[in-house]
Write a new protein. Structure first.
Length: 231
């Protein structure tokens, strides 16, 4: 039996029934795998990937990249042309470079003062919209956001003067070396987070700024998500 019989084109199936068509890349991977009596773990081992990765391909959560498709075709002894000509998964079917951006939710983020940003750590059930001086539209998955203008020489390598920085104030556990807004000695500051020991480092071309040591992350207002420069 030749490859065309084993792996029919999208408009045909072994029984001639559309219900049995392997039309997508994921379905073709699954069909070829089963024809070799392999389970997902077997194929994953051949490709040096995890079993969930294979499961994601076959279920259409995402498609393997072109180079990986070549490895899959070789592992399953099928023509790359047959595999790669399968339909893309619905999640990845829109190839327009702006598609992912356009699908994101647009949030109108309140721009507030540093003074009001301090209130977020000191008061319960706060709503930054109450203190909004203006708004900036931002596409980001988090909904608990506010923005402040930064003009701080201590972080000028990351944020030049008058950069607008968007803060997620639900995230009080910044990633190592990411930037966060915090209260230190009663003052609101933006610095780079470092753990062990907990400290806030400057990121500046001015060597005179000092590292600020704090007692854990209890002084963190929130983590930086987006920065916007105006020209």
């Amino acid at each position: 039996m030749d490859a065309r019989q084993l792996f029919p084109q999208p408009n045909r199936s072994p029984e001639g029934s559309p219900a049995n068509e392997a039309t997508s890349i994921g379905e073709r991977i699954k069909t070829a795998r089963k024809n070799l009596d392999l389970n997902q773990a077997d194929l994953a081992k051949r490709l040096n990937v995890s079993q969930p990765t294979v499961a994601n391909w076959e279920s259409g959560i995402h498609d393997p990249r072109r180079l990986v498709q070549a490895k899959i075709a070789d592992a399953l002894s099928v023509p790359l042309s047959w595999l790669s000509q399968g339909a893309r998964s619905p999640v990845e079917s829109d190839k327009h470079p702006a598609a992912g951006y356009l699908r994101r939710i647009l949030h109108h983020v309140p721009i507030i003062s540093y003074k009001n940003a301090e209130r977020i750590i000191n008061e319960k059930d706060v709503d930054p919209h109450e203190w909004a001086e203006d708004y900036i539209p931002v596409t980001y998955s988090g909904a608990r956001l506010f923005a402040v203008f930064v003009s701080d020489d201590a972080v000028n390598l990351a944020f030049p003067p008058d950069t607008l920085v968007v803060i997620d104030y639900t995230d009080k556990n910044p990633v190592e070396e990411s930037f966060c807004l915090a209260i230190v000695d009663g003052e609101c500051v933006l610095r780079r987070w470092r753990a062990n020991p907990a400290r806030l480092e400057p990121f500046s071309n001015n060597p005179h700024h000092e590292t600020l040591y704090i007692a854990g992350n209890k002084h963190i207002i929130g983590s930086v998500r987006v920065s916007i420069r105006f020209h």
